[in-house]
Design a protein. Structure first.
Length: 210
């Protein structure tokens, strides 16, 4: 793969992985698929998401780049797939146990990061949600808003506003249905490849989900 293509792919994959990890920390959910619309800084992307408990598959398209990210919190691993080369990269997902946002232990952890408040209820794409607001002690992280579906036990909209990391992600056309386990595995025949050089602006590490 040419250096420029490698860096472009790396940027798309890291951006996709960052957004999925935000969700994976609270992925104790029902089974469903949905269309995804995401804006991260000046970049926007669309795609599909598949959720099965603490397993998430995220397929995004950003310009000419396509990225597929699978998060397996049960294995503490993230796989970033490159279908054109039938290859994948692997990174650690961290040790934090995923918990629903109404879990007292999750709220205790969040309160270590800043001030967490429940800001009422709103309906997003037909799903009644509890809205949470987290104002970080680290001022560069800003504020995060999450709309948690009461039925799905999962954030179907997240908005983060900070000086280092800004993002809006929303799930639409949600379909509650059974999903094949194979969606959350590396396809047969894929070869593991080394992680490319971190994209410019992300060399200090991928934005951590908060």
């Amino acid at each position: 793969m040419r250096t420029r293509d490698s860096r472009s792919l790396a940027r798309s994959l890291f951006i996709a992985a960052a957004s999925v990890l935000v969700l994976a920390q609270v992925a104790v959910a029902a089974e469903f698929s949905a269309d995804m619309v995401q804006t991260m800084g000046s970049r926007s992307s669309t795609g599909k998401v598949y959720v099965k408990g603490d397993k998430i598959r995220n397929e995004t398209t950003q310009g000419p780049q396509k990225a597929t990210v699978i998060v397996r919190m049960d294995k503490r691993v993230v796989w970033m797939l490159h279908p054109e080369q039938k290859a994948y990269m692997e990174m650690q997902a961290g040790k934090q146990q995923p918990r629903p946002l109404n879990d007292p232990k999750w709220q205790t952890e969040m309160k270590k990061l800043g001030t967490l408040t429940r800001a009422g209820q709103e309906t997003v794409n037909g799903y009644p949600c509890d809205k949470y607001v987290l104002v970080y002690r680290d001022k560069t992280m800003g504020t995060q808003y999450q709309w948690i579906s009461k039925k799905l036990k999962f954030p179907i909209k997240i908005e983060t506003k900070g000086s280092r990391f800004s993002m809006v992600m929303e799930y639409k056309n949600i379909k509650e249905r059974r999903l094949a386990d194979s969606l959350f595995e590396v396809p047969a025949g894929y070869k593991k490849m080394s992680m490319p050089q971190m994209p410019p602006g992300m060399r200090g590490g991928m934005p951590r989900p908060r």
